[in-house]
Design a protein around this ligand. Structure first.
Ligand code: SF4
Length: 214
């Protein structure tokens, strides 16, 4: 799997840094819950609005669901997310003394927290080797031919077998940015892609037919 290292090193040199810089576990956790089925620009904007008023679990647990919902609107499913966010804040305050847990097992017990969200917190905030697989990581890993999977959960398992551990923490932010700019869900920009020579999708769909206008 020499190609995986080449792909990642190439992307590290060409893809800009992820714009959400916070490494605060509580903020990253809540922002990731808000981000589900919501555009990134909206997520960052409403998350900041929420954190300006409520910066931690101790303060957020006392906010009403209506107020949280109004602060995170227009994020998708804002009302349901507001309920989960309040519940998460309450549990973290009462059960974990205000500290977001740092194990997958404990994170998965929180309402609205799945493997992707938990792994983002573990890798980004606690420096743990975890692969956070969202739609970008799932789609691009399959296009490149690294995995042949149907779900993000399967992709995570397969990537754990083939991806050198030194890349686990970075892979999410790297492929998220690459997926937004180049390897988009529809009409990927294969003609300007810096890793097309390592891509199965490119070889099969573009390479045979020659350059096409995607
Ligand atoms: Fe994505 Fe196209 Fe690049 Fe392959 S060649 S990684 S499909 S943009």
């Amino acid at each position: 799997m020499k190609n995986i290292s080449k792909v990642i090193e190439t992307l590290r040199k060409t893809v800009p840094e992820h714009p959400y810089k916070s490494r605060d576990p509580f903020k990253v956790l809540i922002a990731t819950v808000i981000s589900q089925r919501t555009k990134d620009e909206i997520t960052y904007q409403v998350a900041e609005k929420l954190f300006q008023k409520y910066r931690d679990a101790a303060t957020l647990k006392d906010a009403t669901v209506e107020e949280i919902a109004s602060l995170i609107y227009p994020a998708g499913f804002y009302r349901a997310k507001a309920e989960k966010i309040k519940e998460i804040a309450k549990i973290i305050h009462e059960k974990y003394s205000g500290n977001v847990p740092d194990t997958l097992e404990e994170l998965l017990k929180l309402p609205g927290v799945g493997r992707k969200t938990a792994n983002i917190v573990l890798s980004r905030c606690y420096g743990k080797d975890a692969i956070a697989v969202d739609t970008h990581v799932h789609r691009i890993s399959n296009r490149l031919g690294w995995v042949h999977t149907k779900t993000p959960e399967e992709t995570e398992k397969e990537l754990m077998k083939i991806l050198p551990q030194e890349y686990w923490r970075d892979i999410n932010e790297l492929l998220v940015m690459f997926g937004r700019m180049i390897c988009k869900p529809q009409r990927p920009k294969c003609d300007i892609c810096p890793i097309k020579n390592y891509c199965k999708y490119y070889k099969e769909k573009v390479g045979v037919a020659g350059q096409r206008d995607w």
